[in-house]
Structures are given as C-alpha cells and as structure tokens.
Design a protein around this ligand. Structure first.
Ligand SMILES: [Zn+2]
Ligand SMILES: [Zn+2]
Length: 286
C-alpha cells in the first residue's frame, strides 16, 4: 500500500488517498485526496518508480468512500490525464466504485460538464470512467485487477453516506474505511467479522480525526477519537485482533500531537499500529 495522502481536511497537499499494489503494479486507487502531490512525494522518496501518466494508465479501479472534498479533489484535477488517455485510446476506462449516493453526487456535482467535464461522455462521446454503484453487503469479483480478487462493500453513515471497502486476495483482507463516527456493535459482529474471520491477516485503514478531548466534536461530525476507536475494536474477538494490522489515517491538522499521545491503549489491542506518512510504502501481511 502506498500512502499518497494521509491527513484529514485543511491541507490540499496531503489528504486521504492511497494506492494498492499487486504484483508490482498499482491497479487500485482508494479515495483521491492529494493524488498528484502524493505521487510527486513518492517519486522523490523512491517509493514509486515511473511517471505520473504511466501510473494513471495502469489504474483499473477507483474506490471512492464518500463525496467530501478532502477525499476527492486531487483525483478530480488529475482526471484531465485520464481524459487525455481516453481520447488517444491509450488506456481503458477504469471502474469508479462507490455507494449509490456517492456515485450520484459524482455525476451531478463533480464530473457534470459544468464544475468539470462530464465523465460519461467527455472522451469524444465515450466515458472517461465507468461508474458502478455497490449495494450494502455486495461482493464484486475484480478478476480484471488480479485473479481471485474480491471486493466487499459495507455502507456506513457520516454526515453523508460513506463506505468501507474490504479487498480480499490470497487469504488476506485490506479493509479501507471512509470517514465514520462510532458504528453499532452489530456492524462489527454481524457485518464486518464474517468477512474477515477466516483471513490469515487483516489490515484495517481507519480514521482517527480528533484527540480524546474533542469527543463531542468527533461524534457530531461523524469522526473517531483514539478512545472511540478502541471501543469499536473491542467488539472484535481477541483472536482476530491478534492478526490485525491497524493503520490510522485522517488525523486532522492540529490534532496530531494529542492523538499520538493517546494511542497506547489501541496499540495493545492489535498486532501492529501504524500512522502512515505521505509517500511511504507499507507491506501488508508481513
Ligand atoms: Zn475526510
Ligand atoms: Zn468526510
């Protein structure tokens, strides 16, 4: 997994965006915050080789958790590269996958022929992206990305509808959560656990936006604190947590010092805890 943007809100140059690597390629994009700045940073660090257009041409699926700008802006701007490649016939249109509300918002409010080009028709009448809505609990095989790859979708709530994506390959699961406040125990026990309990390793990328002192603000804005996340993970059985690598993302600027000082209880609950940094690459399941 390559972190292209890790912070929540405020800084356009570093906000939610990740790539998932499979066999030396990056066919899968998770959210689209600071896409281009993250690529520049990764190229400078040597964690990514090649060129920005080559990387974009290799993307086969873009998973969007929700419509908020800090998860979207970098992809929207970089989409001019996708448009050019489609016009020249250089690469196939990637899938854009999300919950139905987010897909509708992308069509109505972003790639609409007004704020930006209309992604359904901009490439000389052909689509730049292939939108696909996923239902709550729906599983979609993504054989075109990698043999045996399964995508499982869980719908969640934030001020707007949001999604968690569980990406399953070779007995491993990467669970990527959009912004979310506390979820009911039934979410973890009845909807999340059955998808991961047989996996030999589970990586979870989930937000911690605010420090514990701001719990009221976190819950009212649909976000988590270290203590709230710990109470969420407590709904999972210990044998699963011992196979769980936790990646904390979406720390709001100004909250980082407070959050880092409050991570010990979480660290003791899981196999490993990492706060990703922009441009760094993380081996999953090692
Ligand atoms: Zn956000
Ligand atoms: Zn959000």
């Amino acid at each position: 997994m390559l972190a292209l943007g890790v912070r929540g809100g405020l800084y356009a140059g570093d906000s939610s965006c990740y790539l998932v690597g499979i066999d030396g390629r990056f066919p899968l994009q998770l959210d689209g915050g600071s896409f281009t700045e993250g690529v520049d940073r990764a190229l400078a660090l040597g964690t990514l080789k090649g060129t920005l257009p080559d990387l974009v041409a290799g993307l086969r699926a873009i998973l969007v958790t929700h419509i908020h700008l800090d998860h979207l802006h970098g992809w929207a701007l970089r989409s001019v590269i996708d448009l050019g490649q489609r016009l020249r016939g250089e690469a196939p249109a990637p899938l854009v996958l999300s919950n139905p509300d987010t897909v509708r918002s992308l069509q109505r409010h972003v790639f609409n022929g007004e704020l930006w080009f209309d992604a359904a028709t901009a490439a000389s009448g052909k689509p730049v992206y292939l939108y696909q809505s996923l239902g709550d609990g729906e599983t979609l095989p993504l054989e075109q990305l990698a043999s045996g790859l399964l995508l499982h979708h869980l719908r969640m709530e934030h001020p707007v509808p949001t999604s968690a994506f569980l990406i399953e390959l070779d007995g491993q699961v990467l669970a990527y959560f959009g912004d979310t406040g506390p979820l009911p125990p039934t979410f973890w026990k009845e909807r999340f656990l059955p998808r991961v309990e047989k996996a030999r390793r589970v990586s979870v990328v989930i937000e911690v936006s605010f420090s514990n002192e701001k719990e009221a603000l976190a819950t009212s804005s649909g976000h988590l604190t270290p203590t709230l996340l710990a109470s969420q993970l407590a709904h999972l059985p210990e044998p699963l947590r011992s196979r769980l690598d936790l990646f904390l993302t979406h720390l709001k600027p100004g909250e980082e010092v407070g959050i880092h000082a409050q991570l010990e209880p979480l660290r003791s609950m899981v196999r490993s805890l990492t706060v990703p940094v922009q441009g760094a690459r993380y081996a999953l399941g090692r």
